[in-house]
Design a protein around this ligand. Structure first.
Ligand code: DOR
Ligand code: ZN
Length: 358
């Protein structure tokens, strides 16, 4: 087969990103905006964005953090709490800029304390979401400490997600950052209203990367990377062209000091290398032909949005692209995701502007 050195595709989007707030937001926003036209912006800032008014303010802070003239479009989310009202969902649905509501099981991950403890308590809200077509974005892990951390996604799928979908089949759900073969199989078993995002790091890592040859805090995130069979299933799903699987970086910056302490924070800052990593994986799998579907087409289709009208050109360089190890922020250095292999793909150019009007 002829090797491909240049690929022009629709401008990609990131369907799951943590852009943070304040000085961290100002340091990281441009990295997501560089390669992606839009991003679903996670609401687990401090305090969480629980209302449409919070999301509007946060959206403005994101826009203010972008470089001059940048046409990146932040797609906002609400942080679901047990106090969220169905009326808030109506406001979200008519806002135009809130595209999903995020379910964090309380205690599952970073800034999830205000999340949901008892799903029964949010049923009226979920029902309104099903009626209005608002997407539920799910962190799919149970929080029961008795469940092995490597099984928490599978147990969530069986004990929470499947019963919820049976109760409310019209609810449109994204199982975020799917990490297990079981999660992939479950998404494949659903003929509608269910999709999953896949991160660059879960396409690359297994738990051995985190735990073998010394402990690697910069490979630690939640859900934690699983075994080789799981990674194989995720790769297979990503390159398959199946519209139920699309790209979400889960780029989640933490200052290095927070990652390296005894109870280090979960999260991988991958925005600068995300697209190059995904391109490398697709190339390795012999599937560069489905890259555009994964990074630019299936996400907007699920969210009932148009794909970006502009295009980018990815070039495969002859020599590895030099990537900085970290960025400097007012909160200290933040390490950039290093997949452990050289990266050759780089965005060379873009044609056209995308619409940012609502
Ligand atoms: O590793 C993670 N980091 N997983 C999450 O679900 C949250 C994220 C964060 O906000 O740091
Ligand atoms: Zn996340």
């Amino acid at each position: 087969m002829m090797s491909v050195n240049e690929l022009t595709i629709r401008r990609p989007d990131d369907w799951h990103a943590h852009l943070r707030d304040g000085s961290m937001l100002r340091a990281v926003a441009e990295w997501t905006a560089r390669d992606f036209g839009r991003a679903i912006v996670m609401p687990n800032v401090v305090p969480p964005a629980t209302t449409v008014s919070d999301a509007a303010d946060y959206r403005q802070r994101v826009l203010d953090a972008l470089p001059e003239g940048c046409d990146f479009e932040p797609l906002m989310t609400l942080y679901l709490t047990e106090s969220t009202t169905p009326e808030e969902i109506d406001r979200a649905a008519s806002s135009g800029f809130v595209k999903a509501v995020k379910l964090f099981p309380a205690g599952a991950t970073t800034n999830s304390d205000n999340g949901v403890r008892d799903i029964d308590r949010v049923m009226p809200v979920l029902e309104r979401m099903a009626e209005t077509g608002m997407v539920l974005s799910v962190h799919g892990e149970v929080t029961d400490q008795d469940v092995d951390i490597f099984d928490r996604e599978a147990v969530f799928v069986d004990q929470v997600l499947d019963p919820l979908r049976r109760r409310l089949p019209e609810l449109r759900i994204v199982l975020e950052h799917v990490t297990s073969a079981h999660g992939v199989e479950y998404v494949l078993s659903a003929d509608r209203n269910l999709a999953a995002t896949i991160t660059p790091h879960h396409l690359v890592l297994t738990r051995s990367h985190i735990l073998s040859g010394g402990i690697h805090p910069h490979y630690y995130c939640l859900p934690v990377a699983k075994g080789p069979e799981d990674r194989k299933a995720i790769r297979c799903a990503a390159v398959s062209g199946d519209a139920r699987f699309f790209f979400g970086s889960d780029s989640a910056p933490h200052p290095d000091a927070a990652k390296m302490r005894a109870a280090g924070s979960a999260g991988i800052f991958n925005a600068p290398t995300a697209l190059a990593c995904v391109a490398a994986v697709f190339e390795e799998e012999g599937s560069l032909d489905t890259l555009e579907t994964f990074v630019a087409m299936s996400g907007p289709a699920f969210y009932n949005l148009q794909a970006n009208s502009s295009r980018i050109t990815l070039c495969r360089r002859e020599h590895p692209v030099a990537i900085p190890e970290r960025i400097m922020t007012e909160d200290g250095p933040v390490t950039i995701f290093d997949p452990g292999f050289a990266l050759y793909w780089q965005v060379e150019g873009r044609d056209g502007q995308d619409n940012t009007t609502f």
